[in-house]
Write a protein that binds this ligand. Structure first.
Ligand SMILES: Cc1cc2nc3c(=O)[nH]c(=O)nc-3n(C[C@H](O)[C@H](O)[C@H](O)COP(=O)(O)OP(=O)(O)OC[C@H]3O[C@@H](n4cnc5c(N)ncnc54)[C@H](O)[C@@H]3O)c2cc1C
Length: 164
């Protein structure tokens, strides 16, 4: 369930009645809407298959039955938000070593070039083991980059001090 505070911000739309002038959600009392609601009551989504996979259902609302990812659109007010594609993670990206340094084809680090987050190859190759896999590994990698840069800076300071 969306909170009105969430959708009344930029890009969110709120409507009182399906098919009314104030309704910008596109949810209309037409044949398509009736068909959607009839299927949703049975827990079916013939168009997009929402709730068909165990992972989908895990992310749904267990209080909603028979399909935790689906409910008929029938009780006003209705809310609509624009949905855009985003990047969750990447299966490709630049290969790095344990310090976050980008490595060449032979696995040798390229001095001064680091990569973390979605521009770096994930530790998990083409798998997504679960929530936190992308942010967790990015934060750890960024921490290792910081440690590596710190140790390089300390070495440089020692060299300058011994030379002077
Ligand atoms: C809906 C969704 C849910 C997610 N949930 C989870 C989760 O539960 N747990 C988890 O671990 N991960 C999750 N992720 C993944 C996680 O958010 C990303 O892996 C992470 O944000 C990647 O961080 P990043 O800094 O590499 O890239 P981004 O966060 O994408 O940052 C890249 C930045 O670069 C900017 N940029 C792009 N091009 C340019 C340019 N030419 N010049 C200047 N700036 C530019 C962009 O505007 C952006 O601010 C989720 C992602 C999405 C989309």
């Amino acid at each position: 369930m969306l909170r009105s505070a969430t959708v009344d911000g930029p890009g969110g739309h709120r409507g009182r009645a399906r098919g009314g002038r104030g309704n910008r959600s596109g949810s209309r009392r037409d044949g398509r809407g009736v068909a959607f609601n009839a299927a949703a009551r049975r827990g079916e989504d013939p168009e997009f298959g929402r709730g068909q996979s165990p992972r989908d259902r895990h992310l749904g609302d267990p209080a909603v039955t028979p399909n935790p990812c689906l409910a008929p659109v029938e009780t006003a007010p209705f809310f609509a938000v624009p949905v855009h594609a985003g990047v969750l993670g990447t299966a490709g990206g630049l290969a790095t070593d344990g310090n976050g340094q980008v490595v060449d084809h032979d696995g040798a680090p390229l001095p001064g070039l680091y990569a973390v987050g979605n521009c770096a190859a994930t530790l998990f190759h083409d798998a997504y083991p679960g929530g936190g896999a992308t942010l967790g590994s990015a934060v750890v990698r960024a921490y290792r980059v910081g440690q590596h840069l710190g140790s390089l800076a300390r070495s440089a300071e020692r060299e300058v001090a011994s030379a002077g």
